[in-house]
Design a protein around this ligand. Structure first.
Ligand SMILES: Cc1cc2nc3c(=O)[nH]c(=O)nc-3n(C[C@H](O)[C@H](O)[C@H](O)COP(=O)(O)OP(=O)(O)OC[C@H]3O[C@@H](n4cnc5c(N)ncnc54)[C@H](O)[C@@H]3O)c2cc1C
Ligand code: FES
Ligand code: FES
Length: 483
């Protein structure tokens, strides 16, 4: 196994050893490289000040560039990738990059603390060709906070940056070739001061390493695990970095449904989910920020067992099935059975989430999912409701209702489902089901919402589901953003 993290920092080669596996990319840049352009605002993935761009070899001999939050990424993620920071953007003759020039021209910076993050996020948008219109730029910047310039000038700069000439593919292919030259296909094993990280290259390798080290912490997108280190100051002895396990990142669609590998990122899975149902696409648009969706994975969102994770309620309502793997043994379970109690999931030592299978909706099914949070963008749900009904001759043959934020785990509402099953899909039946939600759940009051709000809002979501889907029509009852 390789014992150094080999990567490109801009155009410069690096081989990093003798560092803690939980050193963050941000700390590495600021303390080891003295590249202080990348800022720390929150150290929890919320503000975007630390945004950097990672380039990962793709199957076409190029690099797939994605913006991530350096503050919650550990250094092993750099292995085999190109890291671009704000210091890399200016030309050798001092010429500003078009993104930087646009921010200057539109007065998009005052105190400047947030500016490197905006520059890098817009730079990633320019690389990906995503700054196509005002709404796209606003969505693109949902994970970047600025407290003094105001977003108007920054959005104008983003729109102008989107018109700049595209990136130089020859230079990208050259960087990809340099990365390929480092790569002998071996896994990384970095040991330092009582800590170690493995970075396997395949699911088979992962299965062996995890079965041998069942106490290791699996790190996928690190959008939860990163905060265990930066906010909870936990010392993690053994980590397994999953980011190079490409065969866990599959997204396969067929007539029956969608199979998503645990390592598929939220961003990569968005289109496939949106094809299953537009509400899933909208849910992912409102899931955190682009930077978090670039790193965070479907498997991580399930495996963390959070009662307020956004995907589990939607996937439970869709009757998704989870495949778990330990060494060569696999078992498939209904997703809802994975969540046992707060912090406790049905996962044996050395067993990991391999994939989730989501069946397509049949023609006689209606589905909706709704996220309620205090902010529209970049906010965790106070409540997440998901509904699927199958009708026959106007009656509900089967109902699947699941909520997040109503219990210690993502959970089905069995009393409400029973109240609907066999009834007409109409207002009296929905009222009975709404009443039954009080039997299903005794929600908590916390900083996101009170127990009373949660119950009332859950009942109203059920009513909204009927309103939008009754009599075979689809009527949207949504608050839509005005561009
Ligand atoms: C700023 C911010 C905003 C966020 N917004 C949202 C939001 O809007 N909605 C939401 O639902 N969540 C949100 N989250 C939480 C988080 O981004 C998601 O839960 C994400 O999907 C976690 O995935 P990950 O790959 O980053 O997991 P990691 O942090 O890598 O891992 C999370 C947990 O899952 C385990 N794990 C990971 N992969 C596997 C696997 N294959 N098998 C077994 N165990 C595994 C890890 O060991 C760990 O216990 C947010 C987080 C941040 C920091
Ligand atoms: S410092 Fe705020 S997102 Fe990283
Ligand atoms: S320019 Fe000051 S916080 Fe953004």
């Amino acid at each position: 196994m390789a014992n150094a993290i080999r990567f490109l920092l801009g155009e410069e080669e690096r081989a990093l050893e003798g560092v803690s596996p939980t050193l963050t990319v941000l700390e590495y840049l600021r303390r080891h490289e003295r590249r202080t352009g990348t800022k720390e605002g929150c150290a929890e993935g919320d503000c975007g000040a630390c945004t950097v761009v990672l380039g990962e070899p793709d199957s076409d001999g190029g690099l797939k560039y994605r913006a991530v939050n350096a503050c919650i990424q550990f250094v092993s993620v750099l292995n085999g990738r190109q890291l671009i920071t704000v210091e890399n953007l200016k030309g050798a003759d001092g010429t500003l990059h078009p993104v930087q020039q646009a921010l200057v021209d539109h007065h998009g910076s005052q105190c400047g603390f947030c500016t490197p993050g905006f520059v890098m996020q817009l730079y990633a948008g320019w690389l990906e060709g995503c700054l196509i219109d005002r709404q796209a730029v606003k969505d693109w910047l949902a994970g970047n906070l600025c407290r003094c310039t105001g977003y108007g000038p920054i959005v104008e700069a983003g729109l102008e940056a989107g018109t700049a000439p595209p990136p130089d593919n020859a230079a990208i292919a050259h960087a990809a070739r340099r990365l390929a030259a480092f790569d002998d296909g071996s896994a990384l094993h970095l040991v330092h001061d009582g800590q170690q990280v493995f970075a396997p290259r395949s699911a088979d390798e992962l299965a062996e390493i995890y079965a041998t080290h069942p106490d290791a912490v699996l790190v996928a997108g690190a959008t939860d695990v990163g905060l265990w280190v930066t906010k909870q100051h936990r010392r993690l002895a053994t980590l397994i970095d999953l980011t190079s396990v490409k065969d866990l990142a599959i997204i396969e669609e067929d007539g029956g449904g969608l199979t998503i590998g645990a390592l598929a990122s939220h961003r990569d899975a968005t289109d496939a989910f949106a094809r299953l149902h537009p509400d899933l696409g909208e849910l992912l648009r409102r899931f955190a920020s682009i930077q978090i969706r670039n790193a965070g994975t479907i498997g991580g969102n399930i495996a963390n067992g959070s009662p307020i994770g956004d995907l589990p309620p939607a996937l439970i309502a869709l009757d998704a099935r989870l495949t778990l793997r330990r060494r060569q043994e696999r078992r498939e379970i209904p997703l809802e059975d994975f969540f046992i109690a707060y912090g406790k999931q049905d996962r044996a030592p050395g067993e990991f989430v391999e994939s989730v299978y989501v069946p397509r909706l049949a023609a006689d099914m209606r589905f909706a999912c709704y996220k309620l949070s205090k902010r529209f963008d970049q906010d965790i749900s106070a409540l997440m409701g998901a509904f699927r009904v199958k009708q026959r001759d106007g009656r509900v043959e089967e109902a699947r209702i699941a909520f997040g934020g109503m219990a210690a785990i993502p959970q089905r509402a069995s009393a409400a489902e029973a109240a609907l099953t066999g009834s007409l899909f109409d207002a009296p039946a929905i009222e009975r089901a709404a009443g039954a939600l009080a039997e299903d759940f005794s929600p908590l009051t916390d900083m996101r919402a009170s127990a009373g709000y949660r119950l009332k809002a859950a009942q109203n979501l059920l009513r909204r589901f009927l309103f939008e889907n009754s009599a075979g029509t689809r009527r949207a009852a949504r608050v839509l953003e005005v561009a």
